[in-house]
Design a binder for this molecule. Structure first.
Ligand SMILES: NC(=O)c1ccc[n+]([C@@H]2O[C@H](COP(=O)([O-])OP(=O)(O)OC[C@H]3O[C@@H](n4cnc5c(N)ncnc54)[C@H](O)[C@@H]3O)[C@@H](O)[C@H]2O)c1
Length: 372
């Protein structure tokens, strides 16, 4: 899974899994900009293999992932994922059948969700401007409330019982909190907010707080504060500038990161990386949004979240310069006003994609000119 070198160019092998709803629209746009950047950059190649695992496959075969599928998937350097979910398949079947069925066995335990107000876009917060909201939410991605523990007895009876048991292990909490501290340390402000609910949830959440306090001792250059998740929603809305890196459980950070994306302007702009920091398995990169079947097939899905996702994937693969250029070009296009309806514009997915590809070509033409 390390980049292979053909002559002096690096090659990264990507598994593409568009899945459902607007997934295929945004992933094909993402592949277009990735091809544009690899070709303009000229120092690396990307190869793509398509995986048609989706709710359609599930309806035909009874399985999202065919037998032996994960073994095949494991040979790639990264997975570029769209979204899973269809109106005629219960959401818990689709989520557990595909996305969680990849994240959990591949130990992609760190879910990383950066959010900022892109230039040219507007936050629904009256006074927030680009630079005022610049956060990274680090979400525990392997256990917690989504551990899959629990069950149902006496189905349909008035005395039916159902349990949804949250699992917090010291091992998983510590590795994730350590990852969050490292993330905070790599950012200019070096500030981490640890979010729990340790007043009401007095076991697992108290252990989170304790582990965070222990790990903090190894990061003396990172400032830390602690919030209860309910108060955190108010702080995100009322004092966005006071936050930088945020760490929370699987459920809490899932909710907070959607709020973060909406506060930055739209759920259509934010990326997600599901990382196996040990690099023993491929990591998976996806826009934060779902399959949005209300707009699927109309060509209006905002591809910006997928472009930012593609940039994060390049960064993980070691292509930092290309990642920076891709994000900057995407932001320039937003600034120029070529934005989809969710950001107040009238551009289609294809218009934004074309404009970003054009910006990429311009960016590299300028850098080649200044080198010669
Ligand atoms: N990671 C995933 O695969 C994932 C994540 C969230 C939801 N889902 C699934 O997606 C399906 C729909 O879920 P939902 O409606 O709660 O969330 P959603 O993110 O799909 O949509 C919420 C709203 O945001 C809009 N939206 C989302 N992405 C957009 C984009 N790129 N451009 C413009 N508008 C966009 C939608 O039109 C919708 O109005 C469900 O089946 C759910 O389980 C999957």
């Amino acid at each position: 899974m390390s980049p292979t070198t053909v002559s002096d160019r690096r090659t990264h092998d990507i598994a593409c899994m568009p899945a459902d709803g607007i997934g295929p629209e945004v992933i094909s746009a993402g592949v277009e900009v990735l091809k544009a950047i690899a070709s303009a950059d000229g120092t690396f190649d990307l190869t793509f293999e398509d995986y048609d695992w989706s709710s359609e496959t599930y309806k035909k075969t009874g399985k999202y992932i065919p037998d032996g599928g994960l073994e095949r998937l494991k040979k790639h350097d990264a997975i570029f994922f769209g979204a899973v979910g269809a109106p005629d398949v219960p959401d818990h079947i689709s989520l557990w059948g595909l996305r969680l069925a990849i994240c959990q066995p591949f130990q992609q335990y760190a879910n990383v969700r950066p959010t900022k107000i892109l230039r040219g876009t507007q936050s629904p917060l009256r006074n927030a401007r680009p630079g005022d909201l610049d956060w990274v939410v680090v979400r525990e991605n392997s256990e917690g409330e989504y551990a899959g523990q629990g069950g149902r007895s006496h189905r349909g009876m008035p005395w039916e019982v159902s349990t949804e048991v949250s699992i917090f292990t010291r091992h998983a909490v510590e590795r994730l909190i350590r990852f969050a501290f490292e993330t905070a340390q790599s950012r200019p402000r070096k500030h981490l907010t640890v979010v729990t609910k340790s007043n009401a949830q007095r076991n697992g959440m108290v252990m989170w707080d304790e582990v965070a306090a222990e790990v903090a001792k190894d990061f003396s250059d990172v400032t830390v504060d602690k919030m209860l998740v309910d108060a955190m929603t108010c702080r995100m809305v009322l004092q966005p500038k006071s936050l930088d890196t945020i760490v929370a459980t699987n459920l809490h950070a899932d909710i907070l990161s959607d709020l973060a994306a909406a506060l930055a302007g739209s759920i259509g702009i934010a990326p997600t990386s599901n990382l196996d920091p040990t690099r023993q398995n491929p990591s998976m990169f996806e826009p934060i949004h779902g399959s949005a079947f209300d707009i699927a097939g109309k060509g209006v899905a905002n591809p910006v979240g997928t472009f930012w996702t593609a940039a994060e994937m390049l960064r993980w693969l070691g292509e930092k310069n290309a990642a920076d250029v891709l994000l900057e070009c995407t932001e320039k296009v937003c600034e120029s006003g070529t934005v989809t309806a969710d950001l107040g514009g009238s551009a289609k997915t294809a218009d934004v994609t074309r404009a970003v590809c054009e910006e990429i070509r311009k960016a590299y033409a300028v850098s080649t000119k200044s080198e010669s």
